[in-house]
Each structure stands twice: as C-alpha cells, then as structure tokens.
Design a protein. Structure first.
Length: 461
C-alpha cells in the first residue's frame, strides 16, 4: 500500500474517455454485438475446450456468476459510472484492464497448469481463452452454441447465468507467473525457460508478510473486471471450465468497490478504513508517465513482453476492529491525510502536494516521519510509481468472529523493482500495526492480442 498505493491500505470513465496510447477505446454494444464493436476472431473453441466444457463439474471451478448471450441495449451506469453497455475491445496494442478506467467489481484467479499439459496444449488453451474472452467482452456467450443452442443431451458450452445482461465494461487480462517458465527434472516442458524475464521472480519477503500458501503464486492468472459482479464472475467461471484438464484454479478472489482511480474522470474512492485511496495514482491520461512507468519497452530485455507490463497482487488483511477503536486524530496521523477531504495534513485540498518539511506548533512535522503518505511518496521511494487497480474484499468472519476483510491490492509497473522499492520504504509505516499481507503473486502480462491472434502469441512465436 502506498501513495501510488495511496492513501491507505487505493475512473470512472465513460464511453469515449481518454485512454493511454494503444489502449482500445470503449464502444457501446449493439443488441446483437455488431455495429461499432470489433469483429470476432475467425476461429472457434478447440475440441479440447469443448471436451472440457462437457467434462468440467462444479469441483475445482470458481464461484458461479453470469453474463452471456445477446445483450439488451440498456446503458444505465454502474457504480463506477461506466455505462453498462460499454465494450472494451479485447485485442489491441496493450491488454485492456490496465489503463482502462477502473470498474467497480473484480474476480481474480490464479491457475496451475496440469502436470501433463504439453506446449501445444498450453498454446491451445491461450487461444481458447482469447477466443472466449473476445466474445464475452462484447457481451456474447463463449461460443455460438452458448447456453441454450447446443445439444439438449450435452452440457451447454456457456453457463448462461446472465443471458440478457450487457457487457458492463468487462475486461479480461491474462498473465504468466514465474513458475510457468520453470524446468522440471531438467526438462523445459514448454520450451520457454530461456525466455523468462530476469525480473519475473518471486517477490522478496517484506515486513508485515504473513503469507498463506493458499493465496500465493500461480502459473497463469486472469483478472476479470466489470461494473456488474455477475459479469466478472461469469468470465472466470467459464474460462475455468474451458481450461478443464489443462489448468485449474489455484486460488481466487472477489473484489468490490474499487480502491483506486485510473482516470482523471473518476472521483477518488474510499477503502474499508474510510480514507480516500489512490489520490496519487497514475492516471491513464498521463501518457508520458504511463509509457515510462507502466509499459515494458523492447530495451528492457524481453522483446516478447514489450507493450506488456508486470502485475503484482497482494491480499492485505485489515485489522478492522482495532482500527475502528482508534481515535480519529491517530487515524489521520497514521495515514498523513484528513479522513474527510483527503487533504494532506500539511494543508490544502486532496490533490495538493504533501509538504513534508513544514512543522507545526510543537516543532514536529505536520506529516509524521512514519505516516503512510510520506513513506509511499515518490520523493522517498527514489521516484518509483505504480498504476494501481485495487479492490475491497470481505470474506466473512474468522474463527474469532472478526471481519475477514481488507484490500486486494493490484498494481502494474514496467519493472517489479518499482513495487519492491515502495514496499521496502513502507517497512516502518505506522499503518503496519493495522494490516498484514496474507496473499501475493507476480505475473508478466503480455501485450494485447492481434485481431485474429491470442494473448501470449509473442512468447511462443
């Protein structure tokens, strides 16, 4: 969590909002998915995928949800302000879901590739995922047969829980974990071990880490964001069915209430501590900053990843009950901002640059040396900045009756070192008393798919 993480333990755009260079512009879906939406890929699901759809049971799949078939023309706005008829094209120079205006809902899943999956089968899986994702982001079912047009004697291709729902700004972003590139018993099973970027390695241990094995790592990941929770969950559910026999979910997380703004058109949201989050986040309109801090460049050493980014996810448990009993003055001291307006304690408004030198009547700096806003600031972290897309989560209660809730932190950066530098700066953060990191993952997110290609094609070509 940082000032790029800002401001506590993290836009709303509308159709036609500004985007970073190469980011596909959103469009409004026509009832039949035609019109201004991109043309579908000229292929279909593989026989292996269709076999998976027929063979996958409930076991091992994500929590159910839905979005599918031909859509209604409703364009009422979701909580993030994006009309529910908005379509973000799946193909493009960069994957959608990075600089795209942050939607209100998330379903994230990390996957393990099955032990016997071959290189050809892995490529086929990525092709199947890309085909289905392209359709779902347009509000269509995963195949022409879909939920109701197939054989009545076979399971339907699509689960169909949201027949009639619009696409709700759905974005599907795919990434590759370090373990995908590992050799097994000296065998490079996918022929990509020598293509692993040097930076794609497990993150070091940080102060406050209490990582649970069930929420760490993964060979592959999918981030599904939308303004309707059913749309996001449906995407993960159906992509998991398609992966049956080739990959299975290692862990997943549902999120609500974005905790960052990725566009200047969005207001700053609040996290579960009640503070505005993401005030200093990189915005998609800051094209020079986005290009320098988010997108991987060819000169960075991995040509296949150029135009992509590195994704870091952290599941951060908030100690809600302790925080709720803390005095307002102390809460604001810990964060370094006012709880109401979100202004730095050095004065001004929410977007006023913090002044770390000015002292108060007692002779102490108005913003404490261990305040979150100070330690996360780029002036302290050597200039490191991140683009955040975090979400709140509530997973019920723990065995002691405490709320199991917090922040599902998501950041994109040109190099993982940017995140590492910020997180190390936060080692003495006063906020650490109220949080603990229980989950973690790092993934290389390839550039966007070509119009008739698939995500990851640059890696395997």
């Amino acid at each position: 969590m940082s000032e790029q993480h800002d401001d506590a333990p993290g836009t709303t755009g509308v159709t036609g909002s500004s985007t970073a260079p190469g980011t596909p512009e959103p469009t409004s879906a026509a009832p039949d998915g035609a019109g201004t939406t991109p043309a579908p890929q000229k292929r279909s699901l593989s026989r292996r995928a269709l076999f998976g759809l027929a063979g996958a049971g409930a076991a091992g799949l994500a929590i159910g949800g839905g979005a599918g078939a031909a859509i209604a023309t409703a364009v009422t706005g979701g909580a993030s302000g994006i009309p529910t008829g908005t379509v973000y094209p799946f193909s493009g120079a960069h994957q959608s879901g990075i600089t795209t205006p942050a939607q209100d809902r998330l379903h994230f899943a990390a996957y393990d590739v099955a032990e016997r999956t071959t290189r050809a089968e892995l490529i086929e899986l990525l092709q199947d995922w890309s085909f289905a994702a392209e359709r779902m982001t347009r509000g269509l079912e995963v195949s022409e047969s879909g939920a109701v047009n197939g054989s009545p004697l076979a399971p339907p291709d699509d689960t169909g829980e949201a027949l009639g729902l619009p696409p709700s700004g759905l974005t599907i972003t795919i990434g590759f974990g370090p373990t995908l590139f590992q050799t097994e018993d000296g065998v490079d099973r996918f022929g990509i071990a020598d293509r692993r970027p040097e930076s794609l390695a497990p993150l070091p241990r940080f102060t406050g880490d209490n990582l649970q094995p069930g929420f760490v790592g993964g060979d592959l990941c999918i981030q599904a964001c939308a303004d309707d929770p059913q749309v996001a969950v449906h995407a993960i559910r159906n992509l998991s069915r398609i992966a049956f026999g080739r990959a299975s979910i290692r862990w997943s997380q549902l999120g609500f209430g974005r905790t960052s703004s990725t566009s200047t058109s969005q207001v700053t949201p609040r996290n579960l501590f009640g503070f505005k989050d993401g005030t200093a986040n990189i915005k998609s309109e800051e094209t020079t900053t986005v290009d320098g801090a988010v997108w991987v460049h060819p000169k960075d050493g991995s040509d296949w990843l150029a135009g992509g980014s590195y994704l870091v996810v952290r599941k951060i448990r908030m100690i809600i009950e302790t925080w709720d009993r803390t005095q307002l003055e102390e809460q604001e001291r810990v964060i370094g901002r006012s709880k109401g307006a979100g202004a730095p304690l050095s004065g001004g408004t929410e977007f006023t640059e913090p002044d770390f030198a000015t002292k108060g009547p007692t002779g102490k700096p108005l913003i404490d040396k261990d305040a979150h806003v100070r330690l996360a600031h780029s002036s302290v972290t050597g200039g490191a900045k991140l683009l955040r897309r975090g979400y709140n989560f509530v997973d019920g209660n723990d065995e002691l009756g405490r709320l199991n809730a917090g922040l599902f932190f998501i950041s994109y950066q040109r190099s993982p070192q940017q995140f590492i530098d910020i997180q190390r700066s936060l080692s003495v953060d006063a906020l650490n008393e109220y949080i603990k990191h229980v989950g973690s993952g790092i993934f290389a997110v390839p550039p966007g798919a070509s119009k008739n290609g698939y995500v990851g094609e640059t890696l395997f070509s």
